[in-house]
Design a protein around this ligand. Structure first.
Ligand code: BV8
Length: 248
């Protein structure tokens, strides 16, 4: 527990007087919900696969069943998970500031399940499915022992509605995220290794516009050198503490 953790006065002052707070989260904020982060070693039969290799259209075309089953395994983990105190603290933070933008790289939908509104999902949602050829959004499909199942509209293979490496992000989500990064006065980067672009460029856009940059992460990242303040620790512990100080 980090209850003796010292939240610098600069953080309280900057957030307490902010007009617009923007937040970018990564897989680390879901770690305390039991959802493995994207780059930590996978377990079981998936241990021998590199997520960055599997999360590509090439992997899906090479071995659609393998990629479909990897996502089915991850959906199971997400279904068993619940939002944690970090997700809930961001719901509370949104109510404290005049303007709040929550941008996530996560595909687990836990921010939405915690009650966050208007979440900008840069990389899609693992609980949603579309077809590979034409992007038909499909919510249910006839039982079949063929995996992946086929699109009832066009017959192409179904895939998760997530952004794979080499695929473009949803233009509207990215545009909204860039605009928020450019117009906020405080930017929080929480639980991300800051390696994946274009998400990783958002905090840099914010500091280009003189925003105050706060990073919350147990490990240093390529972003740490740019942060005005780095709070080193778990989001599920630091965020509730931050909210308790702000709500005093
Ligand atoms: C694109 C969905 C046009 C699928 C994902 C510019 C420079 C370099 C490369 C590129 C570039 N522009 C484009 C690229 C190529 C590529 C890229 O970024 N490659 C990098 C990796 C070299 N980007 C793309 O392909 C993007 N598309 O730009 O299209 C284009 C295309 C090609 C070439 C040019 C332009 C698409 C990127 C989206 C990929 N899809 N996910 C799926 O989930 O299966 S990304 C994947 O990584 C996840 O979504 C994840 O969210 C994301 C980022 O990872 P993190 O969230 O940061 O998770 P990670 O495990 O890495 O880190 C967790 C962190 O949490 C750690 O720091 C850990 O310390 C911390 N932590 C742990 N516990 C806690 C904690 N923190 C707080 N509390 C805790 N308790």
């Amino acid at each position: 527990m980090v209850d003796n953790f010292d939240i610098p006065d600069s953080v309280l002052q900057k957030i307490g007087t902010a007009r617009h707070v923007a937040v970018l989260t990564g897989a680390g904020i879901s770690a305390e919900s039991g959802v493995p982060t994207f780059r930590e070693a996978q377990t079981g039969l998936w241990a021998k696969y590199d997520p960055q290799e599997l999360a590509t259209p090439e992997a899906f075309q090479r071995n659609p069943r393998l990629v479909w089953e990897w996502y089915a395994w991850r959906r199971e983990l997400v279904n068993k998970a619940a939002p944690n105190a970090g997700h809930q603290a961001l719901v509370a933070l949104a109510k404290l500031v005049p303007q709040f933008t929550l941008i996530t790289q996560n595909v687990d939908g836990l921010h939405q399940r915690a009650g966050s509104q208007n979440v900008i999902c840069l990389h899609g949602n693992i609980m949603e499915t579309k077809c590979f050829a034409l992007g038909h959004r499909i919510t249910d499909w006839p039982e079949s022992d063929e995996l992946p199942p086929r699109c009832p509209e066009c017959g192409s293979l179904l895939r998760p509605n997530v952004v794979w490496f080499g695929e473009n992000l949803p233009a509207d989500a990215l545009e909204t995220a860039v605009h928020a990064a450019r117009s906020c006065d405080v930017f929080l980067s929480i639980g991300t290794s800051a390696l994946v672009h274009p998400a990783a460029s958002l905090p840099l856009l914010a500091i280009e516009n003189s925003a105050f940059l706060i990073e919350i992460n147990p490990q240093p990242t390529p972003l740490s050198r740019w942060a005005d303040v780095t709070l080193s620790g778990a989001a599920g512990e630091i965020l509730p503490l931050l909210l308790a100080r702000l709500q005093k």
